[in-house]
Design a protein around this ligand. Structure first.
Ligand code: DP6
Length: 337
């Protein structure tokens, strides 16, 4: 059925963080970020033209979302309508399933908007390309700029492996660039710390930080230095070089929030306990490094060949923490029924 398409896209974890927009409508970042797309966490999204609808609708894990929660999805759909000169196209039903432990706070908008964009491109090209000789095919680079406008981190999930989302000069070149397939001795372990705390969205957190943090002016500059080292580390396949720069970038990223007004942090005592243990494991000779995003969960970078040993040790030390093993994951793909 050409009126319905499903796609799968994988989440990514940033080694060099995206934290702040220079354009809040186009979602242009204040600095270049770099991530690893993961194999084991992903979102499946089906998009369908539906003549019976009087607006675009979104279901997440089977539940109809309200208008407010559907806004960004509609924004992205409208970019496709405009691109494919299909302003009078039927409304779209979006059904999204997260194969990401949502309750554990690892749910990511990155895989969601990447899957949505990947599916929409196929839906619109199936529908409108055969009848038109004026529409150009959309490549993955252009697609990443569309995903970006749903959620910044989704830009990078349009490719597999290590991916940069470059600063660019404007909307058409602030896009994802794949730099390495990650098909070597590199892996991640995600440590999901349970939390009762009210979540500050990353969208709000980065805006508040950019507007009020005394350290924010330094962020762009230091982040570029860390990025250079991580790039070198990837080219040399040097886990220790990548890990040290990734950790340093993570700490500077969280420091911008400690210096915001009013200050805030996503980190909890539990996060620091895991950090301390990562240091202990490293002192014992393992290559193991941490990073954290807009929540208390700790993401651990290590060698694939040492992942099981590290997993077992963390599991033994912290019985109440859920661990998810991951390695380099692929680009999105269309799912055939
Ligand atoms: C801390 O992509 O969720 O995970 O663009 O406002 O949707 P919006 O924000 P989002 O921010 C992710 C921030 C981060 C770092 C990163 O993934 O680079």
């Amino acid at each position: 059925n050409i009126n319905s398409v499903a796609a799968r896209a994988h989440t990514n974890i940033a080694l060099i963080k995206y934290w702040g927009k220079r354009d809040e409508k186009l979602y242009l970042p204040t600095s270049t970020s770099l991530s690893l797309t993961l194999d084991s966490l992903y979102t499946d999204t089906r998009v369908s033209f539906d003549n019976d609808l009087d607006k675009d609708v979104l279901y997440i894990n089977g539940e109809l979302q309200d208008e407010k929660s559907t806004e960004k999805v509609v924004k992205v759909i409208n970019l496709f309508r405009c691109r494919y000169v299909a302003d009078d196209s039927p409304y779209i039903r979006v059904e999204s399933y997260n194969h990401v432990p949502t309750a554990a706070g690892l749910a990511s908008s990155s895989s969601g908007f990447a899957a949505l964009s990947f599916a929409l491109r196929a839906l619109f090209e199936n529908q409108y390309l055969p009848e038109s000789d004026s529409i150009d095919l959309m490549n993955d680079t252009e697609l990443s700029a569309f995903a970006r406008q749903g959620s910044g981190s989704a830009t990078r999930s349009i490719f597999g492996g290590f991916v940069e989302w470059v600063y660019g000069t404007g909307s058409s070149d602030s896009v994802a660039v794949p730099i390495d397939d990650g098909d070597w001795d590199v892996a991640m372990i995600l440590a999901a710390v349970s939390t009762q705390r009210k979540k500050i969205s990353s969208t709000y957190g980065m805006k508040h930080t950019a507007e009020t943090s005394a350290f924010y002016p330094l962020w762009k500059q230091v982040s570029e230095e860390d990025l250079r080292v991580v790039r070198e580390g990837i080219a040399e396949r040097d886990i220790d070089k990548i890990g040290a720069a990734m950790e340093a970038n993570c700490m500077k990223f969280h420091a911008t929030m400690f210096a915001a007004n009013p200050p805030f942090t996503y980190l909890t005592a539990r996060s620091f306990e895991i950090i301390e243990y990562v240091h202990e494991l490293r002192d014992s000779g393992l290559s193991v490094y941490f990073t954290m995003d807009a929540g208390p969960n700790v993401k651990i970078l290590c060698r694939k060949s040492e992942r099981q040993e590290i997993h077992d040790k963390i599991a033994q030390r912290f019985a109440d923490i859920t661990l998810f093993d991951a390695a380099s994951g692929p680009a999105p793909h269309i799912m055939r029924d």
